[in-house]
Design a protein around this ligand. Structure first.
Ligand SMILES: NC(=O)c1ccc[n+]([C@@H]2O[C@H](COP(=O)([O-])OP(=O)(O)OC[C@H]3O[C@@H](n4cnc5c(N)ncnc54)[C@H](O)[C@@H]3O)[C@@H](O)[C@H]2O)c1
Length: 277
């Protein structure tokens, strides 16, 4: 289903860890649609992950390490990418999330504040650092598109999501604020895509993920959106067909965000009530 939607466009894809990653699927689809890409991830993820396999599938895309919390790493990544492409770029996917509190199963009400700050730095401030470095180095063409992935826990409470909820709320706010400044300065657009629960390394790390995945699927009129479908949505946001969309949080969740309760969940509750006598 390739339409050369991104023919002639060049961009950086952050966050492809393995074949389940949303960034992995987006990289493959972006290349199918005619884009040239650079792949990047944190140095430790590059050592542990399979990004070189992905690079081969993407016309031997360069793989350039960058810890997204390090401005020096990000500037070096942007400079090397521009050298590789011979000029400025047209899109960036920020597909980065990590919470040491979630990883160590530390409850939200007993949080470790050093971990909390790391969560915010890796999962939210990193978007500001990417945007500020891009602006400083003038790395993006006019009408470029930057997309970051987020989750509805930024707006509503989901207990297992822990301090990632605050990180996503901050990241969505950065997308709006930076979208304003980058829009006026360079016509660069910045949006977040709020994706359904998706079975990936980051997703499955959230406690109770499997039950929650099923719940969200039953709550959503169209079902949960898959990683492949999220990749397709990212591509449309990189394309020229969405040129006037900026500073938005875009729900890509099969209708979950606007559903109060579904008939299927009501029936489950009725069955449970009958079983309990
Ligand atoms: N999986 C879900 O249910 C779901 C739902 C909504 C939004 N999201 C978001 O989608 C994005 C991608 O996650 P995913 O589900 O594909 O999982 P994933 O685990 O495959 O991707 C997360 C990536 O973040 C990278 N990362 C972590 N620390 C980093 C650092 N310091 N510098 C650079 N990169 C770093 C990891 O190496 C990894 O590649 C995340 O922002 C996540 O919060 C996921």
């Amino acid at each position: 289903m390739a339409h050369q939607l991104l023919k002639g466009k060049k961009g950086i894809i952050f966050g492809a860890l393995d074949e389940r990653s949303i960034a992995w699927k987006t990289a493959i689809r972006a290349v199918e649609e005619g884009a040239e890409i650079v792949l990047t991830n944190a140095p430790i993820a590059l050592r542990m992950g399979k990004i070189n396999e992905l690079a081969k599938l993407c016309n031997d895309a360069p793989v350039i390490p960058a810890d997204a919390t390090s401005v020096a790493d990000l500037e070096s990544l942007l400079q090397k990418s521009m050298e590789h492409f011979g000029g400025k770029m047209d899109f960036i996917l920020h597909s980065i999330g990590m919470s040491p509190n979630v990883r160590k199963a530390i409850p939200y009400t007993d949080t470790n504040y050093d971990n909390f700050l790391k969560t915010l730095d890796i999962s939210a401030l990193s978007l500001h650092k990417v945007l500020q470095s891009s602006m400083k180095l003038d790395a993006l063409n006019e009408w470029s598109s930057v997309v970051a992935l987020t989750y509805i826990a930024a707006q509503r409470t989901f207990p297992g999501y822990n301090d990632m909820a605050e990180a996503k709320a901050l990241m969505e706010s950065i997308a709006r604020s930076f979208g304003y400044h980058y829009g006026f300065a360079k016509k660069v657009r910045v949006n977040t895509i709020s994706q359904s629960p998706t079975i990936t390394t980051a997703g499955s790390g959230v406690s109770g993920f499997d039950a929650f995945f099923t719940y969200a699927d039953k709550m959503s009129p169209l079902g949960n959106a898959t990683a492949e479908q999220c990749a397709d949505y990212c591509l449309t946001m990189f394309s020229d067909y969405t040129k006037m969309v900026t500073m938005q949080n875009l729900f890509h969740d099969g209708g979950f965000s606007n559903t109060g309760v579904s008939q299927s969940i009501i029936e489950e509750m009725e069955k449970a009530a009958q079983a309990n006598g």
